[in-house]
Design a protein around this ligand. Structure first.
Ligand code: ZN
Length: 158
């Protein structure tokens, strides 16, 4: 059993050397401080501006037309896209490390070219965001933390 634990530890250490962005991003405590200092309404406003700006930037490059942009607090999604080109983004993404907003925007805009997660879809994403695996890995590793921030935020503010 102890042997297994130390094997797992070594394996994780090797992984973290290979994927530093996934394992040691600017981390939870800093994000929590940012969330607590600014408060949710301010961060939603920041998210609105940032997503609008990045959608304008990437839709031009990718040759797609985005329609309305909404900022939400989806339970299980970071972003979504309708066939009409309406985009929804989760405000919590604004607390993630640099590069993740762009990944989410590129991901949703790529759905205007491919409405699925086929290899063709990922080729569109890869063309504009070669680090997409790192960003997706970070989101998978930290989604619980990002989603829990509201409760932490409320506790600290009270
Ligand atoms: Zn998708």
């Amino acid at each position: 059993m102890i042997r297994l634990v130390s094997d797992v530890k070594l394996f994780l250490q090797a992984l973290s050397r290979e994927f530093p962005d996934v394992f040691s991003p600017p981390q939870p405590r800093r994000l929590a401080r940012k969330a607590c200092a600014a408060g949710e309404p301010a961060l939603r406003g920041e998210a609105r501006e940032k997503f609008a700006e990045r959608v304008a930037h990437w839709s031009g490059k990718m040759g797609v037309r985005a329609n309305q942009i909404r900022i939400k607090d989806q339970k299980s999604l970071w972003g979504s896209c309708s066939v009409q080109g309406n985009l929804n983004f989760n405000w919590r993404i604004i607390m993630a490390p640099e590069g993740i907003v762009d990944y989410i925007v590129i991901h949703e805009l790529a759905h205007l070219l491919e409405m699925n997660h086929s290899p063709r879809f990922w080729r569109h994403v890869e063309a504009w965001c070669p680090d997409w695996r790192t960003h997706r890995g970070w989101l998978r590793a930290n989604s619980g933390f990002l989603r829990a921030l509201r409760y932490r935020n409320m506790l600290i503010n009270k």
